[in-house]
Design a binder for this molecule. Structure first.
Ligand code: IMP
Ligand code: MG
Length: 188
């Protein structure tokens, strides 16, 4: 049962499901360092705004920002399209924050890009505020599930089209605090 067993070991149980370790914290940190270096190279002449898409990106966002050693601003936007394990297809936004995005370079920071519905809706939502540019930086990219044409500019990991958990990603509200990424076990 969740929280009765500690979150150690390769297999964990969250609610009714078992998950296996998929990406270790060390692997995640190494990729974040690489992506942060690429971002610093590309934005060295700008003061970009990093927009974290809540809740899923909170852990990635924090670790990425610690590696980005140049001038920038940060903000958050809440988007929701998932219910349990299925994407609902409809994306809702809450609190756009108080940043003035006009003429600014925006980097959307996502935990995972799956169908791309959230990303498409975000581009439409933010486009009205006339930013100079909008790029996407994601920890995980489910390339096989992606249905949009927007480029995914910075990707830490291309992943299998399976349900993942941890390091910000949740299963029905649980598991976001795990420092590794886990994958749903097949045989259940
Ligand atoms: P999209 O709109 O289909 O690209 O889905 C984006 C959102 O769905 C992500 O920001 C996550 O919150 C959620 N999501 C997609 N795949 C997974 C997964 O494997 N585990 C947990 N959440 C996921
Ligand atoms: Mg999310």
């Amino acid at each position: 049962m969740y929280f009765r067993k500690p979150f150690f070991g390769r297999v964990i149980t969250v609610r009714d499901r078992q998950f296996d370790v998929y990406l270790s914290h060390v692997e995640i940190s190494n990729e974040i360092e690489r992506v942060a270096r690429n971002l610093m190279h590309d934005y060295k002449d700008s003061t970009p705004i990093f927009l974290g898409i809540l809740h899923g990106s909170f852990m990635f966002f924090s670790d990425l920002m610690k590696e980005y050693r140049l001038e920038c601003e940060v903000g958050f936007l809440k988007a929701s399209s998932y219910l349990g394990m299925e994407s609902t297809g409809k994306v809702k936004f809450h609190e756009a924050g108080e940043l003035n995005l006009e003429g600014r370079d925006i980097i959307l920071v996502e935990d995972i890009v799956d169908t791309g519905n959230t990303l498409k809706a975000l581009h439409e939502h933010l486009g009205h505020q006339n930013p100079k540019s909008i790029r996407t930086c994601t920890l995980l990219f489910k390339k096989e599930a992606y249905k949009q044409n927007l480029p995914i500019d910075y990707v830490c990991f291309e992943v299998d089209n399976k349900f993942l958990l941890g390091y910000g990603l949740d299963y029905d509200g649980l598991g976001r605090n795990l420092p590794e990424v886990y994958i749903l076990k097949e045989e259940q």
